[in-house]
Design a protein around this ligand. Structure first.
Ligand SMILES: [Zn+2]
Length: 80
């Protein structure tokens, strides 16, 4: 199961985020605000991608405390 960086859109495996390189992420629960491959300058996303990342961010704010449940919800909603 994956989480998604809400800044650049990169998918990350939950276990990697939580256990392999936790210091590489700016994260609050399941919401990743910055990841190890984030560009320095905020990326320009298409409207569609912006809407996807906004949806992920909103869901994370609601459900992100339960990281595994949140990752499953992203999959259910087709947001990965
Ligand atoms: Zn990123």
């Amino acid at each position: 199961m994956d989480l998604v960086c809400t800044r650049c859109g990169e998918p990350w495996d939950v276990d990697y985020v939580l256990h392999e390189e936790p210091e590489g992420f700016a994260r609050r629960g399941g919401r990743i605000d910055r990841c190890p491959v984030c560009p320095k300058v905020k990326p320009e996303h298409s409207r569609e991608e912006r809407e996807r990342l906004d949806a992920i961010r909103e869901l994370a704010n609601l459900l992100g405390g339960d990281v595994d449940g949140f990752a499953a919800t992203l999959e259910d909603f087709g947001l990965l």
